[in-house]
Structure formats: structure tokens, C-alpha cells
Design a binder for this molecule. Structure first.
Ligand code: GLA
Length: 402
């Protein structure tokens, strides 16, 4: 039955928004939760421009859960919370558009959203038409309140909204938020442009032992929140091979600028989200970002890896990795280049032996130009060489033929 259902989706067409490279932007949830308002959103739009983040590529302003009124109107339409957003959504969309930004909104494939606001289940067409009318460019669609939505599977419920978005006549980017429970890497490419692959991220770098009930891709525990950066990277070992242009695994919002991560930890976070082709959605209050965090987010060379035209996620290299000690990941970039990530999980510096024999894309007969993306150092390499990597640092090395 499950496979028949999948087959039915395979013939459906995906919503049409262009997603050859992962989307970039800002989302209200991680900092503001349900407590944002019009002025915070407009100020964030201005900050995306004045900090240079928009020009670096962060062009979606995404309003997460909490914009809705507690009940629908008599005609069934979703209403806007009049205290937080007294003028509605359309003027905010206009405000964003006038600043060269796109605007995103949030809803849910169940009766309730995760914040217990009215979800879109049973109202998909009406809601998609309403969003289109407001000028919305992006929908993040969540999976709470789904038990009340009867026996429909997530692929069915998420496909209904895909069809409604297509029917709305507006090009609306469709970001699925199903936390990886029903393994969306097998079906989400028929439905939307990206799919969350884990429970909610938290601004903690290392696996605390208590975080994120599921630490591997095929775990069946439904508890989901509080995933550390390292746990999400762990889960991507099995999931990264499924990512492709038009359907990227979403590792959740960036926590750079939230919590107390060191510079190396923030750079590791950014490096993995970029090289594994996750959407890059800032979750911090931009008005409070330190210079250091802003420079991590705006690093041009890392963003180029994220936005590389091949759209291929780097993959885990088990032969060169040691559990809880060191990780090596590698992936193809356009122009015959290869990106290699060396992550040190220890609390002291360690050496990585590189590797040329173990990475199929590189061979030891050639001389390679190797660029260290964060330090900007460029060296020439033939055969193996050794790289020192500091605590929680990730060296991002781009290999190109000389
Ligand atoms: C879920 C999602 C979060 C956020 C909240 C809103 O937990 O995974 O990203 O959208 O719901 O309630």
C-alpha cells in the first residue's frame, strides 16, 4: 500500500519554484518563537540589507509560527494576529519586496501548528490562495497536529498543499518540515524543494547525550527537539546522498549568533551546512549578531560552496573518520574541483593525514592546488600531506587541478 501511495506521488508534479541551489534567508522562530511583531519583521528586513546579508545571498524573510489569529474567519480564511501584525501580512510582504527580499510564511499539514494555531489541513486551497493574494513567495509547512488529521500519511498531506500552491497561480517555494520521521528523503523530491531531516536544532555544538532522541537517520523515536550541531551532522551520513538540485535536505536553521559557540564551532556549523547543501536560514536576531558571527555568515567562499552550480552534497568518508574523534567528508564541486572537510571533535588539536589515496576524486600522481577556505591559504600538494586541525575546527579544503 505504501509503495502504491509513493507511485501515485511519483506522477504528481513538484511545485515549480527554482531551487537549483539551496535557499538562503532568515526565519523568526529560533530567536523570537511566537513573540514577534511587525516592527521586528520590518527591522529585520532593513538589517538584512544594511548588514550586506541580502547581497551575500540571504534573500528570504520568513515569518514562522505565530502570525495567525487563534481562529479562522467565518468564511474559513486564516486570520492574522491583530496585536502582533495590526496591518496584516500583505504590507510586510510589500516592505520586503521593496527591499529586494522575498517573503516566507509558515503553516502546518495538520489541524494545529506546533504552536497550537490553526493548521491548513482541510483548508489547503483556501490558504494557498490567501498566501498568494498577500504576495507570499515561500511556504514552510510543518507536521504537527497531524494525528487529528486522520489516517492520511505525510506524503498525502504534504502533496495536497503542493497541489494547492500550484493551483494558486503564484510561484511559491515549498519547504517541507516533517523532521525526518517518515524518511522524506525517499519522497519529498516529488513534493517540494527542501525537506527537514531532523528535529529542531538547538544552539549547542556537541551531543550532550540528552539531545535529539534520534541520532541516526532511520531511528523511529518520535521525540524530536533539541538536536545539537554534531548530532544533525551525524544524521546526514545516511541522508546526504539523497540531496540534489530541486530537493535539498534541510538541516534546520543556523544557530550562528545564538548560544555560546566558539568561533571554530560557528565555522564548523556554517561549513557543514554549506558543503552538505542545506538551506542556509539565519535563526539569530540580526540586530544582536557580533562582528565575528556576521563574518562567519557572510563568508563569500563558503557561500560559493553552498551555491555551487552542481548542487551536490559532500558525503561522509568512513575510511578516514574515527567515531567521536574525527570526521572527513568530501564532495564534488563544479569545474572538476573537490571540497574536503576535516572536523576535529576532540578537545585538543590533532593531525589529519591527507588522504589522496583514500579520496577517489584525487589521485596521487597529480599536483593539486589546495585552498584553505577559512584561512585563504593556498598551497600545492602532490601525494599525502598532514594538516593540523584545532578543537572543534573544520578545515574546508578545495582541491583543484593545477
Ligand atoms: C516545529 C518546527 C520549528 C518551528 C516550530 C513552530 O517545531 O520544527 O522549526 O517551525 O514548529 O511552532
Amino acid at each position: 500500500m505504501f509503495f502504491l501511495t509513493l507511485l501515485a506521488f511519483a506522477v504528481g508534479c513538484q511545485a515549480k519554484a527554482n531551487a537549483n541551489t539551496p535557499q538562503m534567508g532568515w526565519n523568526s522562530w529560533n530567536t523570537f518563537k511566537l513573540n514577534f511583531n511587525e516592527s521586528i519583521l520590518e527591522k529585520t528586513a532593513d538589517l538584512l540589507v544594511s548588514t550586506g546579508l541580502r547581497d551575500a545571498g540571504f534573500n528570504y524573510l520568513i515569518i514562522d509560527d505565530g502570525w495567525q489569529a487563534a481562529t479562522r474567519a467565518e468564511d474559513g480564511r486564516q486570520q492574522v494576529n491583530a496585536t502582533k501584525l495590526p496591518n496584516g501580512i500583505a504590507p510586510i510582504a510589500k516592505y520586503a519586496h521593496e527591499r529586494g527580499l522575498k517573503i516566507g510564511i509558515y503553516s502546518d499539514a495538520g489541524i494545529y501548528t506546533c504552536g497550537f494555531q490553526p493548521g491548513s489541513w482541510g483548508y489547503e486551497e483556501l490558504d494557498a490562495a490567501t498566501y498568494a493574494q498577500w504576495g507570499i513567495d515561500y511556504l514552510k509547512y510543518d507536521n504537527c497536529g497531524s494525528f487529528q488529521a486522520g489516517t492520511q500519511s505525510p506524503p498525502e498531506r504534504f502533496s495536497k498543499m503542493r497541489d494547492a500552491l500550484v493551483a494558486s497561480g503564484r510561484d511559491i517555494f515549498y519547504s517541507l518540515c516533517e523532521w525526518g520521521h517518515q524518511f522524506p528523503w525517499y519522497w519529498a523530491d516529488q513534493i517540494g524543494q527542501s525537506y527537514r531531516m531532523s528535529g529542531d536544532i538547538t544552539a549547542i555544538f556537541s551531543d550532550t547525550g540528552k539531545d535529539c532522541a534520534c541520532k541516526t537517520a532511520y531511528c523511529l523515536n518520535t521525540g524530536y527537539a533539541g538536536c545539537s550541531v554534531l548530532t544533525i551532522i551525524r544524521k546526514m551520513r545516511e541522508i546526504a546522498p539523497f540531496s540534489k538540485p530541486g530537493s535539498f535536505a534541510d538541516m534546520d536553521m543556523l544557530e550562528i549568533g545564538n548560544g555560546n559557540m566558539t568561533l571554530h564551532q560557528q565555522r564548523t556549523h556554517m561549513s557543514f551546512w554549506a558543503a552538505l547543501k542545506s538551506p542556509l536560514i539565519i535563526g539569530a536576531d540580526i540586530s544582536k549578531l557580533s562582528k565575528e558571527s556576521l563574518s562567519v555568515l557572510k563568508n563569500k567562499n563558503i557561500i560559493q560552496i553552498s551555491q555551487d552550480s552542481l548542487g551536490k552534497a559532500a558525503l561522509f568518508v568512513p575510511e578516514l573518520s574515527v567515531e567521536k574523534v574525527k570526521q572527513v567528508w568530501a564532495g564534488d564541486l563544479s569545474g572538476g574541483r573537490t571540497v574536503v572537510l576535516l572536523l576535529n571533535e576532540l578537545n585538543s588539536t590533532q593531525n589529519f593525514e591527507l588522504l589522496v589515496k583514500a579520496l577517489p576524486a584525487l589521485n596521487s600522481r597529480e599536483t593539486w592546488k589546495v585552498e584553505d577556505v577559512w584561512s585563504k591559504e593556498v598551497i600545492k600538494v602532490k601525494g599525502n600531506y598532514t594538516v593540523a586541525v584545532e578543537t572543534h575546527e573544520t578545515k574546508v579544503l578545495v582541491f583543484s587541478r593545477n
